[in-house]
Design a protein around this ligand. Structure first.
Ligand code: PLP
Length: 460
């Protein structure tokens, strides 16, 4: 089959996620047919730097010999076997390995397949934990404004986005929305902010906003604590909300309030976990120990679908009992703990260690911050937000009057499309251009990505 035909067949048969299909059908889609290192290669043989890590999951690049070899070796043993009533070798070895790197209070791991299933599992464990302990009314959740936890019903309930979820609102369960501290006001009334480096002490304004948000969270807890099963937070950075970096002390403040009001803390590390923010897990920035922690995306180095929800011993123990007591966690997915994915994850963790990758992210993210600084004075750059290898460049039509671009212009999408001409693939979030390179991307490639962004934003 001629590779050129793939685009035609795609348009004939496929329905793409998070994609306005009317626009897709008018366009000439790129179909990735191969990859090498930091590059993806399309049907015409053109190479692109993977500037968003194939939707925030790639860690070491593509076709990494060590991970390829680990999957091939596992393939020669067994590709898949269930975790329901059985176990498998890589799943066990990975669990042991993960326990050495997650916050030390977490003692058990429940596998699933995606970020959304990891958070869904956390919500169900939290609700059933209280149920099993006889607290049958403790089944409401606190989520944060602009949060995103996935696209299943529990995840949509706790992380509500009007544009994405309004059709389902009547079907979502009750949650309480706490404010998230951010220096710039949300779209429309924005003030140009500042680059967030890491680590960086909060300015006076950030402290004030942080304390106001914590006070509002405390009011929600005071009024509802007897019904709150858990607070769920994306630690340090809200990803899909547009790379909103939390001021220092916010995460630890949330932890303190969760403890004070006897509710669980769920850390959704799906986007920030596995080195993204310059620590293996973002909770480490503030030495926070969550009661439940969700990971996915980077766990396999971005190779195969795998997710995990970690729990404390105390939570796990609340599910013990005779089968007829109904304390069991009746939840599972067919491909949970898939051996190929677990083998890839083990090889990825070896590479983290061998290449001292988390430390390298800390160093390279300083260099990346310096490069991004060059964009600050461009007329349409309202704000640049960064934590480690997570960057959001917010575009605005007019800085003086804080006028946002008309959403119908899809300026973020336009800029990212133009950037492809430079051999760089990016995907925006509205008018925020996102840069999420694989953690192993070298400085010269980071520089190519930033230069392409500079050129195209300058031409707006
Ligand atoms: N949680 C967070 C913080 C995320 O950023 C995402 C995806 O971007 C998810 C959950 C959902 O992950 P998945 O797309 O693997 O279901």
């Amino acid at each position: 089959m001629a590779l050129e035909n793939l685009a035609h067949l795609d348009k004939q048969y496929l329905w793409h996620p998070f994609t306005p299909m009317s626009l897709w059908l008018q366009d000439d889609p790129l179909v990735i047919v191969a990859a090498e290192g930091m590059h993806l290669i399309d049907q015409h043989g053109k190479r692109y730097l993977d500037g968003v890590s194939s939707l925030w999951c790639n860690v070491h690049g593509h076709r990494v010999p060590e991970i390829d070899a680990a999957i091939e070796a596992q393939l020669k043993k067994v590709a898949h076997s269930t975790m329901l009533g059985l176990s498998n070798e890589p799943a066990v070895l990975l669990a042991e390995r993960l326990m050495k790197i997650v916050p030390s209070n977490l003692k058990k791991v429940f596998y699933s397949d995606s970020g959304a299933t990891a958070t869904e599992v956390a919500f169900k464990i939290a609700a059933q934990y209280w149920f099993n302990k006889g607290e049958k009314n403790k089944n409401e959740f606190i989520g944060f404004a602009e949060a995103y936890h996935g696209d299943t019903f529990g995840a949509m309930s706790v992380g509500r986005t009007e544009l994405f979820h309004r059709a389902y609102w009547p079907m979502l369960f009750k949650t309480h929305a706490a404010p998230i501290p951010r220096l710039a006001a949300p779209l429309g009334g924005r003030v140009p902010g500042e680059i967030y480096g890491s680590p960086r002490p909060p300015s006076g304004a950030a402290k004030q906003i942080r304390d106001d948000c914590l006070a509002k969270l405390e009011t929600i807890l005071q009024n509802n604590a007897s019904r709150i099963a858990a607070i769920c937070i994306e630690p340090m950075v809200q990803g899909a909300g547009g790379m909103i970096v939390q001021p220092e002390g916010f995460l630890s403040g949330v932890r303190e309030l969760a403890t004070k009001y006897n509710t669980l803390l769920i850390a959704d590390e799906v986007a920030v976990g596995f080195g993204r923010t310059g620590k293996m897990f973002a909770c480490e920035h503030e030495n926070v120990q969550p009661d439940l922690m969700c990971v996915a995306k980077g766990i396999t180095g971005g190779y195969l679908p795998l997710a995990a929800t970690f729990a404390t011993q105390e939570i796990f123990d609340a599910f013990l009992g005779q089968p007829w007591e109904g304390k069991t966690f009746y939840h599972g997915h067919t491909y949970t703990g898939n051996p190929l994915a677990c083998a890839a994850a083990l090889a990825s963790l070896d590479l983290f260690e061998k290449n001292d990758l988390v430390k390298k992210v800390q160093e390279k993210s300083q260099q990346l911050a310096a490069m991004l600084n060059e964009l600050r004075d461009l007329p349409h750059v309202a704000e640049i937000r960064q934590k480690g290898f997570m960057v959001g460049i917010e575009l605005i039509e007019d800085k003086k009057s804080n006028r946002a671009f008309d959403a119908k212009r899809r300026v973020g999408a336009h800029v990212c499309k133009q950037i492809r001409k430079h051999g760089v693939l990016l995907r925006p979030l509205g008018d925020v251009v996102i840069v999420m390179p694989p953690l192993a991307m070298q400085v010269h490639d980071l520089s190519r990505v930033v230069k392409a962004i500079h050129t195209e934003i300058a031409q707006l």
